[in-house]
Write a protein that binds this ligand. Structure first.
Ligand code: KIV
Length: 275
């Protein structure tokens, strides 16, 4: 059955955990969906893990729409959330609504995600009032990496922790139905989860959140440029892929692939006439 915003709300009410994974293409979305994951995030992390950028700053609306639409074709039941890329919503409320609308119409999103707290509440309010569900994103917000001066845990001091709680309440009040908490101390994320009526989805925020999200290449051991502390590799698919690529090279070089069962037949007399 198709998961909706209501699925998130019911899970919070019933104390059930919500699962979210990223995907950026049709085949992966289909696998994630068939595994029963509640929600697929077409994250702007595609800048890192798909396009090889060092951060998410260069990701465009066209990138998000292109990958979002591919995911939407592959996922039947999962709620599809598409990230609003850097500068698609920060400059004005108008930009935010127009670009959120494009992610829904062209990318076939069920909801959009954007980074920031009180400062983007006018955008969150306007997007939700347009009928588009919004997921907020607090803590380590990678689009602000240049302001943060690196990828660091957020909310550790008394002031920073209080600001994070205040931002979480603000995005809830503005209409977000869920909030991603990234790289936040576990006890602070648990406290925010307790205080909010909306769903908290943690990544590097401990087990006290209402749900969890991971980048699929991280949890499958396919992306090893850097591995954050919060990542658990549930499989080492990268090693399996590398071995398969090497086996393919060896078999092609030795002439053992393709074998007869991989080849098409033709009557001998047809071939003989060509000699
Ligand atoms: O872009 C992304 O994949 C994200 C997750 C890390 C939450 O925002």
């Amino acid at each position: 059955m198709k998961k909706t915003v209501g699925t998130f709300q019911n899970a919070k009410k019933n104390g059930e955990k919500v699962t979210m994974l990223t995907a950026y293409d049709y085949s992966t979305a289909k696998l994630v969906d068939e595994a029963g994951i509640d929600s697929i995030l077409v994250g702007d992390s595609l800048g890192n893990v798909i396009l090889g950028y060092e951060d998410t700053i260069s990701v465009t609306m066209e990138d998000m729409i292109h990958h979002g639409a591919a995911v939407a074709r592959g996922a039947k039941d999962a709620l599809i959330v598409i990230d609003m890329p850097f500068m698609s919503y920060q400059a004005s409320v108008y930009d935010a609504v127009v670009n959120a609308g494009r992610l829904m119409k062209e990318g076939r999103a069920n909801a959009v995600k954007l980074e920031g707290g009180a400062s983007v509440c006018p955008q969150i309010r306007a997007i939700t009032e347009s009928g588009i569900p919004v997921v907020a994103h607090l803590g380590l917000t990678p689009q602000s990496v240049n302001a943060f001066g690196g990828y660091k845990v957020q909310g550790k001091s008394e002031t920073a922790a209080a600001k994070l709680l205040e931002d979480a309440l603000a995005v809830q009040e503005a209409g977000a139905f869920a909030v991603v908490l990234e790289c936040v101390p576990a006890k602070l994320a648990a406290l925010i989860t307790e205080r909010l009526d909306i769903t908290t989805i943690g990544i590097g925020a401990g087990s006290g959140c209402d749900g969890q999200v991971l980048v699929y290449q991280d949890m499958l051991g396919m992306f090893t440029d850097y591995v954050p502390k919060f990542v658990k590799q549930f499989a080492r698919v990268g090693d399996i892929m590398k071995q398969a690529f090497a086996d393919y090279k060896r078999e092609v070089s030795e002439g053992t692939f393709p074998a007869e069962e991989h080849s098409y037949k033709i009557e001998d007399e047809v071939i003989e006439k060509l000699y």
